[in-house]
Write a protein that binds this ligand. Structure first.
Ligand code: SF4
Length: 208
């Protein structure tokens, strides 16, 4: 059987695994997760559509590897409600609310009305005290954001791995907030491009 030539971006799943491991040793590595948050949005705004999802998402690669190669997925069909609009948009709103709540907590630490909380919160509920090594010379709000962001990344990975196990490997992608946002931005951009094309055609017809 002919092997597909692997490209560098086929190994981005390693970065995903490293991200979680490094975060356990130094919470400041959590900031690197902003790359996975910002790059898909920037690429979509640049008109690259779902390029990130299709080629550069280490997380979906990891789900595929665990589910397909390691056979950890039961591969049941994804329940319809998970892929439905109501759940996707509802989850996006919930996720972003939690994100802004985390940013607000960071702000409270920044302005000094709250102390740094060295806690990892899983599934927005279960709190684990984390005695991180002292980080010298870094403002507490920067560390607070790292704890909050690592908690979000870990929570979404746990949900993704759980759905990978019970359903198809990339079930998380059907309601991933980043995927939903890029899809919506893409739709708006295509609509704009379509309308612009229509306008230019109509003005061409008038001139003709
Ligand atoms: S939907 Fe989310 S997890 Fe899936 S490929 Fe896109 S960014 Fe990655």
């Amino acid at each position: 059987m002919k092997m597909k030539n692997k490209k560098w971006n086929d190994y981005l799943w390693i970065a995903t695994v490293l991200y979680f491991i490094l975060g356990l040793f130094n919470i400041m590595f959590a900031w690197l997760g902003m790359i996975c948050f910002m790059v898909p949005l920037i690429l979509t705004f640049m008109g690259k559509g779902k390029l990130y999802c299709n080629s550069y998402c280490g997380r979906s690669q990891l789900f595929n590897i665990l589910g397909e190669r390691k056979k950890l997925s039961k591969k049941r069909p994804t329940p319809e409600f998970l892929a439905g609009k109501a759940f996707r948009y509802g989850f996006l709103i919930f996720f972003m609310t939690m994100f802004f709540n985390m940013v607000f907590n960071t702000y409270l630490v920044f302005e000094g009305s709250r102390n740094l909380r060295e806690v990892i919160t899983i599934l927005w509920t279960f709190k684990f005290a984390w005695n991180a090594p002292e980080i010298v010379g870094v403002s507490p709000w920067i560390v607070q954001f790292a704890f909050g962001f690592y908690s979000m990344m870990l929570t979404s990975a746990i949900i993704g791995i759980t759905t990978m196990h019970f359903y198809k490997p990339r079930t998380w992608c059907t309601f991933c907030p980043i995927g939903t946002m890029t899809q919506e931005i893409n739709k708006v951009m295509h609509k704009k491009a379509y309308n612009a094309l229509l306008d230019s055609r109509q003005s061409d017809e008038k001139i003709a």
